[in-house]
Structure formats: structure tokens, C-alpha cells
Design a protein around this ligand. Structure first.
Ligand SMILES: Nc1ncnc2c1ncn2[C@@H]1O[C@H](COP(=O)(O)OP(=O)(O)OP(=O)(O)O)[C@@H](O)[C@H]1O
Ligand SMILES: [Mg+2]
Length: 371
């Protein structure tokens, strides 16, 4: 059988109409980033985010049809917002339901449906979130190394990249390729003893992904519930920065045992960290503690250069009555091993950074009920 091409898939997608009997997906020019690799088909359906709920059944139907095509081994189909959103994108000829469900719609405030009740994921004992207010402070670095250190304690650990805007875990773990799928559930990828899932495995790098509320909810919910995680003691979730849709989706969909807040000691990062902490407390998610990342730069003579100020995260933790989990200096090896896809906890087990990550991991696992 000749290898499948993108044109073969387009021929299938012409049989799926846009909502309200509109033009088909190909004629409407909403199929973006279509790629076929080893039988795995990926594409995004670009829409006006206001119509995400209307398009969800269309997305599912398109995925089903493509999945049924001989030679197709798996399908990843996601909704993405048109770059001119909110006015652009495919416009269905019927109006969407007035109050979108879920956190971003705030429908319940206006008498709409209440937010979903968190439901445990069978097989997963505890879910923890690694979060920060500000971007670039080291959440992903801490998530990866915390997960590896927890697994080195003998725990079964999963790692979910909830940063669908800028997934960085595939790179930090040196993972390429696509997860296997039977059309219903995705198999997580495996690295350093961890089971890993990231939007970075599913969407081609060159597809600009612009997400809006309902899509964030649907993408994240799929990565939580439609992945064969198996038995896990802990699922570590690497969050995007801030207090937006991804945070609310996670908290509303699954029981979160606790949050680890990462911050640099810099005042501007601490201000945002306080906001993050307040959000978790408001939603009854316990804050397991704060990590001070980039605490100082180790100078060749052994002295510390406090680039972002000294001790700010420890003080903030005290001020807010939260636990301080430890400080992590700026180490060239941390950056380097992240870029190379070999986390320092795995590649340099005797380094100071690894010892520090292990202590943080011990404090975290000590706070979780794992029996
Ligand atoms: N302690 C550290 N020492 C050296 N480099 C570090 C350290 N922590 C993080 N980095 C580097 O800083 C950069 C940002 O870190 P990272 O991606 O983990 O932050 P993030 O909070 O997840 O960012 P984003 O908000 O974009 O998701 C990366 O290049 C990482 O390798
Ligand atoms: Mg990150």
C-alpha cells in the first residue's frame, strides 16, 4: 500500500461539514498543520474560539473518520483559535449555545451550569501542580527534576506538561516522536522512569497554537483523562505561568493534592507568586510549599552572587504561613542538561543541584498520602 499523504487525508475531511450544514472542513479552509508521519495524522481545526463547543463534535467526527482510514495508526486532532480571534475563524451558520460551560465562561455566576466536580483519575494516587505567577522562573525545570527525584525514591511517577502554549518537556526530556494511540487513549511516552504527556508530542512544532478558554479545557482534560497513565503514585503537572484557564481546568477537573510554587527571590516574581498562592488557597488546594529557584549564582571563589536579591522566597513563605521547600542556585549544568534533554537529577546524581532537588522531593512526598 502506498504511504498515506496529506492529500489523502484532505479527501476524507471533505466529507465533514462545518456546523449548521456549512461548507466542508477543507472548503472552509480551516484545516491547519496537517501532517502524516508513520501513519500518525495530526491536524488542527482553526475556528473562532466562541464556537469551540459547536466544533467539538465536528473535531471528534473528523478524527473518527480519519482513524478509520486504512493505514492510519493514530490521529491527533485539536481545535485552535484563528489568529484574528475573536472575530475570525470558521463561522458556523447557527449560533452557539449562549453560556459556555466551564471555568472561563463563568456561566454558573449567571445562573448557567455549575463547574464540573473534580473526579479522581483511576490508578493515580496523587496529583500535584508545579506553578508560578511569573513566567520563566523555572517551573518546568523544577517539575522535571522533582519528578525524576520522586521516581528515584521508588515512586511511580507521571509528568504532564499542562503548558499547551509553550510545551517544553519534550525537549527537557529529550523525547521526540509521537505517542501511540488506539484512537481512544494515548500511551504516555517514557523517559528517565517517568510516564510523560505533552501537547508538544501531538502538535507539529510549526503550527501556531492560539488557545482560548474552552479549548484549553478540552485539550487539558484530554491529556488528563484520555491517557493510559496506568498505576501512578504521583502525577506531577507542569503548569503554564499565571492563574488562567489551565489552572482552573486542572483544579475543577481532578482532585489536586497540592501545589508547589516556584519563584525567584525577585520582588516582581514574588508579587506574582503571592497571587498564585492565593488562587490555590481560594480553591482549597493545599500549598505544599515554595521553592526559591535561581537563588544565587555560585562564583568561582565559592561566594554567592544574589542576582535576584537574597532570601526573598523564604521570607515570603514565612509571611504567608507556607512551607519553604528549599533553594536552588543558578547552575550552568542545570540549564545545559535541560537543553540537552538529560535532567541533572538523572545525569549528575552526585551534584549539589541533584541533592537539593532530592531534599525538595522528600519534603513533597512526605506531605502526600501514598498508601
Ligand atoms: N536553577 C537554574 N539554573 C540554571 N538555569 C536554570 C535554572 N532554572 C531554570 N533555568 C533555565 O531557565 C530557563 C527557564 O526555565 P523553565 O523553562 O524551567 O521556566 P518556566 O517557569 O517553566 O518557564 P515558562 O513560564 O516559560 O513555562 C530554562 O532555560 C532553564 O534551563
Ligand atoms: Mg515551563
Amino acid at each position: 500500500m502506498p504511504a498515506l499523504t496529506a492529500d489523502d487525508i484532505r479527501e476524507i475531511l471533505v466529507h465533514v461539514a462545518t456546523p449548521g450544514g456549512g461548507p466542508n472542513l477543507v472548503a472552509a479552509d480551516v484545516i491547519k498543520g496537517l501532517s502524516v508521519s508513520d501513519g500518525h495524522v495530526s491536524f488542527a481545526i482553526e475556528i473562532n474560539p466562541k464556537h469551540a463547543e459547536l466544533f467539538e463534535p465536528i473535531r471528534a467526527e473528523a478524527a473518527r473518520l480519519v482513524e478509520a482510514t486504512p493505514g492510519v495508526t493514530g490521529v491527533t486532532a485539536v481545535l485552535t483559535a484563528h489568529s484574528d480571534a475573536p472575530t475570525g475563524g470558521a463561522t458556523p451558520s447557527v449560533q452557539p449555545a449562549p453560556a459556555p460551560k466551564g471555568p472561563q465562561g463563568g456561566g454558573h455566576k449567571h445562573g448557567g451550569p455549575p463547574p464540573p466536580t473534580p473526579e479522581p483519575i483511576p490508578g493515580i494516587k496523587q496529583i500535584i501542580a508545579v506553578a508560578s505567577g511569573k513566567g520563566g522562573v523555572g517551573k518546568s525545570t523544577v517539575s522535571v527534576n522533582l519528578a525524576v527525584a520522586l521516581s528515584q525514591q521508588g515512586l511511580k511517577v507521571g509528568l504532564l506538561d499542562a503548558d499547551i502554549y509553550g510545551p517544553s518537556l519534550p525537549r527537557m526530556l529529550g523525547l521526540t516522536g509521537r505517542p501511540d494511540s488506539d484512537g481512544e487513549v494515548l500511551q504516555p511516552m517514557e523517559a528517565f522512569g517517568l510516564k510523560v504527556m505533552s501537547m508538544g508530542f501531538l502538535v507539529p512544532d510549526d503550527t501556531p497554537m492560539i488557545w482560548r478558554g474552552p479549548m484549553v479545557m478540552s485539550a487539558l482534560t484530554q491529556m488528563l483523562t484520555q491517557v493510559a497513565w496506568g498505576e501512578l503514585d504521583v502525577l506531577v503537572v507542569d503548569m503554564p505561568p499565571g492563574t488562567g484557564d489551565a489552572q482552573l481546568t486542572l483544579i475543577q477537573r481532578v482532585p489536586v493534592a497540592g501545589a508547589v510554587i516556584v519563584s525567584t527571590p525577585q520582588e516582581i516574581a514574588l508579587m506574582d507568586a503571592r497571587k498564585g498562592l492565593a488562587m490555590f488557597e481560594k480553591t482549597n488546594v493545599p500549598v505544599l510549599g515554595l521553592v526559591e529557584n535561581m537563588a544565587w549564582l555560585e562564583m568561582p571563589d565559592g561566594t554567592h552572587n544574589y542576582i535576584f536579591g537574597e532570601g526573598g522566597v523564604r521570607r515570603t513563605a514565612q509571611e504567608l504561613g507556607a512551607d519553604f521547600l528549599g533553594e536552588m542556585p543558578l547552575y550552568n549544568e542545570i540549564r545545559q542538561t535541560s537543553d540537552e534533554g538529560t535532567p541533572i537529577t538523572a545525569s549528575a546524581p552526585d551534584s549539589d543541584a541533584t541533592k537539593r532537588f532530592r531534599k525538595i522531593a522528600e519534603k513533597v512526598s512526605g506531605k502526600l498520602t501514598l498508601s
